[in-house]
Design a protein around this ligand. Sequence first.
Ligand SMILES: [Zn+2]
Length: 270
Amino acid sequence: MILTFPSTFKAEFRVLKGAEISEMANRPDVSSSESIGHLLRSTWVKTVDPGPYAWESGGDGKPSVLGADGALLAAPQCDKMLSGDLIFGLLWHAIESVPRGELYKFPVQCERTHPKRQYDWSINLKSQLLERGDEFGGSAVRYLSHETVEHMRARGNRFETTVAGRKAVYKLQSPSDERPIADLRKIVKKFTPAEIVAVQLIEIEGIGKSVRDRWEFTKNLDGPDLYTLFEEVQGKDCGIETGISTRCPECEWEQEVDLPFGRLFSPRRH
Ligand SMILES: [Zn+2]
């Protein structure tokens, strides 16, 4: 299968073997960057377009390893891929490798009735998520702009900006965020723009290096400064909107849940 990721990285992958599907189904952390990185490195066949990623390049912007057909032969460095691309790759591998993989059923806990009831919700991952057209209210996949792709190819995942008069550098979401996120979660349960921006910023003039130092700075920003920066960072990133609208069959309460990934590689029973 040839996938064009949200970052515009385009590559060919093989489908999973039976044993690999079972291995993924049994992973407790199937959507961690380590798990998805392992998956993508095992099934990668060749790169057609590196998109914003420079790992194939020898530093001069030209690819360093070319196959006979002109395809790039350096395997993806998944720790440097954007988070949106990793989730995209995970979903397509489940769709293409598991029989009837696009049909996905998962349990939802009704948040209204007491005692809490659980119901099953089904979606078609292909038509309702990844290939959703405008008739369903816009696409769920956001792509990097051409300008951002060019920027990353030349300068990597680093974007300069100014926050409340200080020079700062931020990056788009990638596996290296996992550690600062875990650090912040120890002190804040629910993430708001102040926490998200503290993770995305990698340098702020005059502010310490740790994520806690950056968070002390972002949570004390004036609202307009914080939200302008939040929108700049979010607006540049690529990814998949994985919020799913569900409705309880008993009380008809509608609620949005984040698509759970835990059963993506389990057999489909419909
Ligand atoms: Zn209900």
